[in-house]
Design a protein around this ligand. Structure first.
Ligand code: SF4
Length: 484
């Protein structure tokens, strides 16, 4: 489906440029609306002037993405899934990353401990904080009281959004009644339970997962739930394993996304989920090696789903500390898939103190490409070196390309030295530039009035470099001799 243009949006705005939305013009507001930095509700004129109601409604319809977004949970950790406009990331960008929900059984004796661990789990990578997004409470006891109790314990121990997963609608809704103010996701409405679950969802304004392995039946379920008044639907065409089934699972997810995004079909225009954790329902073994292989199978399926922008996945592996590798893999991949391809990953330029640098501490120079600056910083800290890190504005481009393109040049480094007062921090005039920028050394000595030494090509070599080659007194002597 074609994306609306800023001009189409502008045509429906007030055009008074009153600035009440915090934008200097209505055109700027229209551009930000397209980028989802503001909502229609932020324009006071459209919202308050009854004469503009028609235009307002037209605009709201115009900016609804072909795949609607759905909110799960409340408060700081609520998550938004779906809402995508494109099939492939390079066409524009994805707006909402795959939500990772970790499943736990209602009879798990460690339920509270596991839930607390997942709630506070934070992984930091390249300046981003990576976290799980929710908990799926799976009903294995088949007992309404136990499931209800587990739902209460879970929500008391965590503020993460919750998916209540139970195929028995009576048990599901009994637990949902206890925690409905936390806006849990109801799993599931099937061809047998859609009416009971759907009515409860409408009464309580809750999101619902429609489930069927038959896509025609799934579309019919989606249409019926919408007719009933359910606004927030998530589609699950079911996750199956075994020879040929990975392709089937992949195809079903893609068919739903294509139908929504490219064809504008209203019944498939909702977030799509997958359940790699379903693999474990087929496993019955205590053999450690086999269990380990199964974890791999599950994580491979999760990776496939993330790479095709599945809106939400449910994982079994990774919920305990010893299985952190599973989440590391999935979160790292997610971070890459869901970065905005239109924006260079940059950090602020400046001079940064690492450890407790003394007056003869080294000054390392690097670019402000995020995936360069952060690893360099980590490697300096890892080598236990007290130093200054001078980050030059290379427009977010990595060293090798920025040297070739002129963004990381003798001139830009000399400017940064001056702007951030690098030599005011130390009693020397030595700069260590990356090995990949060696050819700048001569020009930089002149432009920055410095003694320039070439460091390792890769920052992992900084520790060795400092032990074997860092001789500041000798360098300064040479610098002074050359000056005479
Ligand atoms: S509040 Fe509305 S009318 Fe005023 S500048 Fe923003 S978009 Fe235009």
């Amino acid at each position: 489906m074609a994306r609306p243009s800023p001009l189409e949006i502008y045509a429906l705005l007030d055009k008074s440029n009153c600035e009440e939305c915090g934008r200097s013009t209505c055109m700027a507001f229209g551009t930000d609306l397209l980028e989802r930095k503001v909502t229609v509700q932020d324009c006071t004129h459209l919202m308050q002037d009854p004469k503009q109601a028609k235009k307002r409604n037209k605009l709201i319809t115009l900016v609804i993405p072909p795949q609607r977004s759905v909110e799960i949970g409340v408060g700081d950790r609520k998550c938004i899934i779906g809402g995508e406009e494109i099939l492939n990331r390079h066409q524009l960008t994805y707006y909402n990353e795959t939500a990772i929900f970790m499943e736990i059984a209602d009879d798990d004796p460690d339920l509270e401990e596991v839930v607390k661990y997942l709630t506070t789990l934070i992984l930091e990578r390249m300046g981003d904080v990576l976290r799980v997004n929710g908990i799926t409470l799976r009903c294995v006891s088949g007992d309404a009281d136990q499931y209800k109790l587990a739902a209460k314990k879970l929500t008391e121990a965590s503020n993460l959004p919750v998916m209540l997963a139970c195929m028995n609608p009576d048990i599901l809704l009994a637990a949902a009644t206890e925690v409905k103010e936390l806006k849990p996701l109801l799993y599931a409405a099937t061809k047998d339970s859609w009416e009971q679950v759907g009515k409860f969802a409408v009464e309580n304004n809750l999101p619902v997962v429609a489930v069927s392995s038959d896509l025609d039946e799934l579309m019919s379920l989606s249409a019926t739930l919408q007719k009933l008044g359910v606004k927030d639907i998530i589609l699950d065409a079911m996750t199956v394993f075994g020879p040929g089934n990975v392709a089937l699972t992949y195809d079903n997810i893609m068919r739903l996304r294509i139908s929504a995004i490219d064809k504008g079909d209203v019944n498939s225009g909702f977030p799509v989920m997958g359940v790699p954790a379903a693999y474990w329902s087929q496993i019955n073994t205590d053999d450690d090696k086999k269990l380990w292989e199964h974890q791999y199978q599950e994580i491979i399926m999760a990776a496939i789903m993330e790479s095709i922008d599945t809106s939400l996945i449910v994982l079994h592996s990774g919920k305990r500390k010893e299985d952190i590798w599973a989440l590391l893999a999935i979160m790292t991949l997610r971070q890459s898939v869901f970065s905005d391809p239109r924006i260079y990953p940059t950090t602020d330029p400046g001079i940064f103190e690492i450890g407790e640098p003394g007056k003869m501490a080294p000054i390392f120079v690097t670019s402000n490409y995020r995936l360069t600056k952060i690893p360099v910083e980590i490697d300096i800290k890892g080598a236990n070196v007290d130093a200054w890190l001078l980050v030059v504005d290379s427009e977010g481009i990595g060293i090798e390309s920025a040297v070739a393109g002129g963004q990381f040049s003798a001139g830009s480094i000399a400017e940064a030295v001056k702007e951030f007062g690098a030599f005011d921090k130390v009693d020397h005039r030595i700069l260590i530039i990356p090995g990949m920028a060696a050819r700048l050394s001569g020009a930089l000595e002149d432009e920055a009035d410095a003694y320039v030494v070439v460091g390792p090509r890769d920052s992992s070599g900084i520790g060795k470099y400092m032990t074997e080659l860092w001789k500041p007194e000798e360098f300064m002597k040479t610098y002074e001799d050359l000056k005479e």
